[in-house]
Design a protein around this ligand. Sequence first.
Ligand SMILES: Nc1ncnc2c1ncn2[C@@H]1O[C@H](COP(=O)(O)OP(=O)(O)OP(=O)(O)O)[C@@H](O)[C@H]1O
Length: 232
Amino acid sequence: MFPIPLRADRLSKTYGASFLSTGKCIFHEISLEIRQGETFGLMGASGEGKSTLGRVIAGIERPTSGSVYYNGYGLTEMKKIENAAFRRKVQIMFQDPADAFNPRKKIEQAISEVLKLLRVPEAGYASKIEEMLVTTGLPDEVLSRYPIQLSGGQLQRLALGRILLLNPEYIILDEPTSALDVSVQAQILHMLKRVQAERNTGYLLISHDEAVIRFMSDSYGVLENGQLKIIE
Ligand SMILES: Nc1ncnc2c1ncn2[C@@H]1O[C@H](COP(=O)(O)OP(=O)(O)OP(=O)(O)O)[C@@H](O)[C@H]1O
């Protein structure tokens, strides 16, 4: 059976609506599909609402209307068990990797905390961490460092590695390379492609950069004036 795509169905978002104001419509009735093993690119100028749409699809912000469907279930009507699966299987990665880690904790501790939450037995931590380092192409030394002692590229690799511990089916990538130097950007994009090929992950890639979108995406759309124009 084919996997069911992650689907946004007629999503609208308005900020600041109240008794006295109709508020500001950010986007209106947007529908799109993210298929496993593929990338849907979301392009658009600054302020058009790309990040807001990404947060709504990731389930961390509620739409004003419309719904997100995972495994055929609407996010708002999901029972606890379906919602728990959604929270694990649909992840979001942000632009600035420095924000992803607690500056007071060494990387090994940050990663171990995730393994603990996942109820991995402590005896299994070392092999999981090693696997993560191999996938993200990082040396063992990063484990004993604090976030401030690592480069932006290394931190973004770790941010992805930590997300991958959860075995996500879909990742919302919100400008994942915009905070990085051009040469590092290319490395991260290649890593994302390799991870996708190995794990069949579906990506929603948010970027204002057309070259990045064209390089990465199977199909893409341009968000402008609250509407999404899809380009196959
Ligand atoms: N919580 C909020 N409350 C009110 N307005 C918001 C909120 N979050 C975002 N906005 C507004 O929604 C609009 C879209 O913002 P958003 O960050 O989604 O755009 P974007 O396309 O991702 O921009 P950028 O590429 O600059 O990150 C902006 O005008 C922003 O000010």
